[in-house]
Design a protein around this ligand. Structure first.
Ligand SMILES: [Zn+2]
Length: 100
């Protein structure tokens, strides 16, 4: 029996059956003290902060993760937040042989 009935959301981690009680989102914050395009917004105010339709259980919210963010400009005056949860992504780093 899943525990997702309280919020109606499952954790996005593949194979996890816990309740997704924590919502993922992204913010674009003002990171300077100079004049901004929005005079009433000061440093750390957000230009946008969309939430995703993606939820984590308490365990996965606290267990640690690697987040890869792709920013794809599209001139739509909107933000779309797409979350892809992967259980395993193979990553390999190799040295490039340098000329001597
Ligand atoms: Zn989970």
């Amino acid at each position: 029996m899943t525990t997702a009935a309280a919020t109606g959301h499952d954790c996005i981690v593949p194979g996890c059956k816990r309740e997704g009680r924590n919502r993922l989102g992204v913010r674009c914050r003002i990171a300077h003290d100079g004049p901004t395009l929005f005079p009433r917004k000061g440093k750390t105010a957000a230009f946008f902060s969309p939430d995703a339709e993606a939820y984590l259980c308490d365990h996965h919210a606290l267990a640690g993760a690697t987040i890869t963010l792709f920013f794809e400009p599209n001139n739509s005056k909107q933000t779309t937040l797409r979350v892809v949860a992967a259980a395993t992504v193979e990553e390999r780093t190799t040295d490039i042989k340098q000329p001597t």
